[in-house]
Design a protein around this ligand. Structure first.
Ligand code: GLN
Length: 499
């Protein structure tokens, strides 16, 4: 058998099924790895005692005859999901020693299914960022090259999975925060359709965009996790009343007309010209094109499509997301919870000082931009225009989907950059989101899967991700295509040296 930590979540489930290992053994093994790899900065808190109790309970459930694909499998949660037993920070000093009186719905569902929570994972402050350098506590290092970022904002989730500290983790994606870190760390992640997973208990950044999803070893893992995470929740007013198919079962379902050698026969993959601009790094382009050639071998056909407003996604997103953030973050006032300044003269001064001390620079920047674009006199010029363009971007996708079943392209214009390279240039960070923002604005499901490596001038060999975007609630089709690709390739199974 492989080393325990090299097993995917699905493989761990099967090992538990066959009694080759117990949940307590798995949990102890991974807790020791988490402790040994603290230098990565992936975890913000770990609770060994609680994890071992959950593992014991999972073993007892199995001993009593219960089965479950992930019953007893360890994982960890992005620290943007509130948890009853563990502190929640959202990567911010603002929340101080906050402890939630309840679990986020996604956490609750995974815990009920018997997954074992090892701890909470580092992230950009309030999920704002593309490199995890905006965490108020510490940056996260990329396991493939510790001098590089893991991507963001779910950087802790991605690094923990890539370093094989956990087989799977939760993340959230507002404008790319599952797909981009998955791409930068060579793992698989999916952002479901907006509304597929409940936002209840997910600390809000931009409510019309925020969506939870899994990061794991493979499409199979993502399918299993999504089976548990998805579904209508009456506590979330934007939760979709849409039935949830068995994503894992769909992986093995043959397409009409498909053969064993060509499992994707008949699948039309659209390539938007705008996703392959001249500025795209040549090595990223090369790996993505090679992955697409593999899809062709598997029977898919590639068709040219157009998403003409791709570039506009950046200004549109960076108006709408800060607008919503400025409203959502007004609740952090030093009164109800979180950080309160020690010295102040009156109520207004207390608000000002608490917020000035509690929030980091990127969060303050977004609150200011958001307040500005929503203010009288600018609302029509910025916010309303952005909303109109958002609709057009969504319509562009629907035009594409008359010609293809899935859309493919790179996840990001480059591989993971060096820590510090863009940390004093917010706009450089924003520009790196160009390929993930369109699907977020349209509310469409998107995933990132490992597609190869690119050797950098400093000798580092960094993972490259391929992005697949599907139509609304077509996660099963995305996962099916990704799974077929992963059956034929082994990029997703590669691990960074030393891990
Ligand atoms: N990088 C984007 C931002 O900074 C997306 C973040 C996210 O998806 N949470 O807003």
């Amino acid at each position: 058998m492989k080393d325990l930590h090299h097993l995917s979540a699905a493989e761990m489930g099967r090992a538990l099924d066959d009694k080759r290992v117990s949940s307590v053994e798995l949990t102890k093994h991974l807790l020791a790895r988490v402790a040994a790899h603290e230098h990565l900065g992936a975890f913000l808190c770990v609770d060994d005692t609680a994890a071992l109790q959950q593992a014991q309970a999972a073993d007892q459930r199995r001993a009593a005859g219960e089965r479950g694909a992930l019953l007893g499998v360890p994982l960890a949660h992005k620290d943007i999901f509130v948890t009853q037993g563990l502190p929640t920070t959202a990567g911010s000093k603002m929340l101080g020693d906050y402890r939630s009186p309840f679990d986020a719905t996604v956490v609750h569902k995974l815990t009920q299914a018997g997954l074992v929570t090892l701890g909470k994972l580092n992230c950009d402050e309030f999920a704002m960022g593309s490199s995890n350098e905006n965490s108020a506590f510490k940056p996260v290092k990329n396991p493939w090259d510790a001098s590089r970022v893991p991507g963001g904002s779910s950087g802790g989730s991605a690094a923990a999975v890539a370093a094989r500290l956990v087989p799977a983790a939760t993340g959230t994606d507002t404008g790319g925060s599952i797909r981009q870190p998955a791409s930068f760390t060579g793992i698989t992640g999916i952002k479901p359709t907006y509304g597929r997973c409940s936002r209840y208990g997910m600390i809000a950044f931009a409510s019309s965009l925020d969506q939870a999803g899994p990061l794991a070893h493979s499409a199979e893992d993502c399918a299993l996790l999504l089976n548990t995470m998805s579904g209508f929740d009456e506590r979330d007013a934007t939760s979709a009343q849409e039935s949830v198919p068995d994503f894992a079962a769909a992986l093995g379902q043959a397409r009409a007309g498909a053969t064993a050698a060509q499992p994707l026969k008949g699948l039309r993959i659209g390539l938007p010209g705008e996703f392959f601009p001249a500025a795209l790094a040549a090595d990223v382009n090369g790996a993505v094109r090679a992955a697409l050639a593999e899809f062709e071998k598997l029977g898919a056909t590639l068709v040219d499509v157009s998403l003409p407003r791709t570039e506009l996604s950046i200004p549109v997103y960076y108006i709408i997301a800060p607008a919503e953030a400025s409203s959502n973050l007004s609740r952090f006032d030093g009164v109800r919870y979180g950080h309160r300044a020690k010295h102040y003269t009156d109520l207004l001064d207390m608000y000002k000082k608490s917020r000035a001390e509690g929030f980091g620079p990127e969060v303050k920047r977004r609150i200011m931009i958001g307040t500005y674009v929503l203010s009288h006199g600018y609302y029509d010029a910025y916010y309303l225009q952005a909303q109109k363009l958002r609709r057009m971007i969504a319509d562009d996708f629907q035009a594409c989907f008359t010609q293809c079943d899935l859309i493919a392209g790179p996840v990001a214009p480059t591989v993971a950059w060096k820590l510090g390279d863009k940390s004093d240039d917010p706009v450089a960070n924003y520009l790196a989101d160009i390929f993930t923002l369109p699907a977020s604005l349209a509310g469409l499901p998107g995933m990132s899967l490992p597609a190869g490596f690119a050797t950098q001038t400093d000798g580092a060999s960094m993972p490259v991700g391929l992005q697949l975007i599907g139509n609304y609630f077509q996660e099963a089709q995305l996962l099916h295509a990704a799974h077929a690709f992963q059956q034929a390739t082994d990029w997703h199974a590669r691990t960074p040296a030393g891990f």
